[in-house]
Write a protein that binds this ligand. Structure first.
Ligand SMILES: [Mg+2]
Length: 267
């Protein structure tokens, strides 16, 4: 099998980014050579140290599906090129009446990004090293937002609200990257990975959970529970009672127990 997991609020504690409560399940997966692929809204620069600490040598889906990187393979982005420069060029070319409404991370210094996000300065610097998407503050009207979206759409870009930020990207999702990440691993390892298990805690994970063979909604008391997902009624998607890495650990141990010995778990 292959596991896709969100980081913040799922495999990592939301405040401390600690993953230690999930170590037993991570060890059980490692013992069975099950790859764990991170799928996060963070940048490649942010997750490099996290992947190292988690001892994951797998590709990772970054910037909410914007792209795939594979730090352990020594690759910069696993794709031909990133699209950040293209996004910035498009924003820079906006008419003045729209340009003045959007301040992206690329327009801000690290101190400002840290203040806006609550990150420390070092992490804010890593969050600013973007490859596939540009978060920023939009201060215009709904009419101006509609005009901005039309301008961006002409360049194959879109703008989605995420909390206080407006994110400009090509609009890919974590779910759309799952098969590409799996294909990279299948090519490296010369074997097929199935079934797909996905874990997440938030709306941005919904599509990924629904696309997997088994999904786990990890409890996050910091926001209202997700509305029912496709596949939840049939038991294909389960919810944890425990939050964060504690919930991750319990759910993964349970899934391993259920799949142990079944044909689905392969050899
Ligand atoms: Mg999350």
């Amino acid at each position: 099998m292959i596991v896709f997991t969100d980081l913040d609020g799922t495999l990592l504690e939301p405040d401390t980014s600690d993953h230690h409560a999930a170590l037993p399940a991570l060890a059980a997966l490692a013992a069975r050579a099950v790859p764990v692929v991170v799928a996060t809204d963070r940048t490649a620069a942010e997750i490099g140290p996290i992947l190292a600490e988690l001892k994951l040598d797998t590709p990772a889906i970054v910037e909410n599906g914007g792209g795939i990187v594979w730090p352990a393979a020594g690759a910069e982005p696993a794709e031909a090129c990133t699209c950040y420069d293209e996004i910035r060029a498009c924003l820079d070319a906006l008419p003045a009446r729209l340009k003045c409404c959007f301040a992206g991370f690329g327009d801000m210094d690290t101190r400002r990004i840290a203040a806006l996000t609550g990150m420390g300065r070092a992490q804010a610097a890593r969050a600013a090293r973007r490859g596939f998407s540009e978060p920023g503050l939009f201060t215009g009207s709904e009419t101006q937002l509609a005009a901005l979206r039309r301008q961006l759409a002409a360049h194959g870009l879109c703008a989605e609200r995420n909390g206080r930020f407006l994110i400009v990207s090509r609009g890919a999702s974590k779910a759309e990257r799952m098969n590409a990440a799996r294909a990279l691993l299948e090519k490296r390892d010369g074997r097929r990975y199935w079934p797909l298990v996905a874990l997440g805690d938030a709306e941005e994970d919904r599509e990924m959970l629904e696309a997997a063979d088994y999904g786990v909604v990890v409890a996050n008391p910091a926001h209202p529970p997700l509305a029912e997902l496709d596949g939840e009624r049939e038991g294909r998607i389960i919810r944890t009672e425990l939050p964060g890495p504690m919930g991750w650990n319990a759910a993964m141990i349970e899934i391993l127990r259920r799949l142990a010995g079944s044909a689905e778990f392969g050899d």
